[in-house]
Design a protein around this ligand. Structure first.
Ligand SMILES: C[S@@+](CC[C@H](N)C(=O)[O-])C[C@H]1O[C@@H](n2cnc3c(N)ncnc32)[C@H](O)[C@@H]1O
Length: 257
């Protein structure tokens, strides 16, 4: 990453850390609600919606087809936030690693312990790396996070990390900001580049949308086979499939080719 990309990432990290620290100071409700404002106003709602999002958006039929023996598998979430998806993942896998740029892991850990969940580990990342050994993970997922990345370079860095950390045969289910949510004139202007970055002044605003064709290119170059792409849905299950959301998923298989 060049100097400018590095300083953009540093600003991004500081902005998120400050906003999430502030939410924590406002109490458990504000903290849990911060990560999924459309659906959750209480910690209990956040957990219920987390289980739904994990089941509907992460464990798609294709992911289920590609995964086996989950009781022996290690999963990793990029951007675990308040832990609502990680909470669900802990019931589906042997163990789950959560990485995030915020510094409030102790609050999330304590909350998950009160829910009786202990088979996880939370790590703070610099915002572009997975602090895991090569070929050590079976499944990597991310939801409502990659659309907030500060640049396409950071997304590319994460995809390289996904390739490095997934074992051969490992699977990733990643949601990025949908390119077609751009105004048609911007879509035209950014088509060849394949993405658009913006520089929001606040945390939790959309800062990156990517065209699937561009993602496919970069994944192919890395040796990640794109098995499927599709859309997110707004507030699953309420009217599920009637209202597409603003994210696009890619299901990736590490073929090591
Ligand atoms: C909207 S929340 C979603 C949290 C969680 N995935 C969920 O669905 O509840 C976005 C999260 O992404 C994290 N995040 C933003 N940029 C990140 C980065 N570069 N690397 C890792 N996490 C990041 C934020 O700190 C925040 O916790």
């Amino acid at each position: 990453m060049n100097g400018q990309a590095f300083s953009v990432l540093t600003d991004h990290r500081q902005r998120y850390c400050a906003a999430i620290r502030q939410a924590r100071h406002e109490g458990t409700e504000a903290f849990q609600a911060w990560f999924n404002r459309e659906a959750a106003h209480t910690p209990q709602q956040a957990q219920v919606r987390g289980f739904w999002d994990f089941s509907v958006h992460i464990l798609t039929p294709t992911v289920c087809r590609l995964l086996s023996r989950p009781e022996n598998r290690i999963a990793l979430e990029i951007g675990y936030g308040g832990g609502r998806l990680l909470h669900a993942a802990c019931h589906y896998f042997q163990a789950v690693i959560g990485i995030d740029i915020h510094a409030e892991a102790d609050a999330v850990r304590d909350y998950l312990h009160t829910q009786g969940v202990t088979n996880f580990c939370l790590l703070q990342t610099d915002g572009a790396a997975l602090a895991c050994h090569d070929a050590s993970l079976d499944f990597i997922y991310s939801f409502i996070v990659l659309q907030h990345l500060p640049s396409f370079d950071v997304l590319a860095a994460y995809l390289r990390e996904v390739r490095r950390c997934l074992r051969v045969g490992g699977v990733a289910q990643l949601y990025v900001g949908t390119f077609s949510r751009l105004h048609p004139l911007y879509q035209l202007a950014c088509f060849a580049q394949g993405y658009k970055e913006t520089r929001p002044v606040e945390a939790n605003h959309i800062s990156l949308v990517v065209r699937v064709g561009r993602l496919k290119q970069i994944c192919r170059a890395l040796g990640l086979h794109m098995v499927e792409t599709g859309t997110s849905y707004f507030l699953a299950p309420d009217g599920y499939t009637r209202r597409p959301g603003g994210q696009t998923y890619v299901t990736l298989l590490n073929t090591n080719l």
